[in-house]
Design a protein around this ligand. Sequence first.
Ligand code: TYC
Length: 102
Amino acid sequence: AGEGDDGTGVAIQTKTRTQRPPMYKVLLLNDDFTPMEFVVMVLERFFGMNHAQAFELMLTVHKKGLAVVGVFTHEIAETKVTQVMEAARQHQHPLQCTMEKE
Ligand code: TYC
């Protein structure tokens, strides 16, 4: 494209949008029985938070009923939910973790 009759031409730039994967929110739900320390431990272990960040987010869930813990691709979000649910099951806590499309 951009060629004249003499074969010379200008380069034409076309814009192609970068593909972005759909993202999923991982939600943590409050309940009356899971110990606060357990929730803090889960947030540190599976979501890479430091103790202060984990404690603050745990308190947000405790007060508001739920909170978004992070936003990930489908596969990563699914892995996080599975890790939290499995840890809760092992310790027999009713902690619930779910994901939803952003
Ligand atoms: N509400 C719980 C308690 O008082 C603590 C808690 C926080 C439980 C966050 C779940 O996702 C949760 N022991």
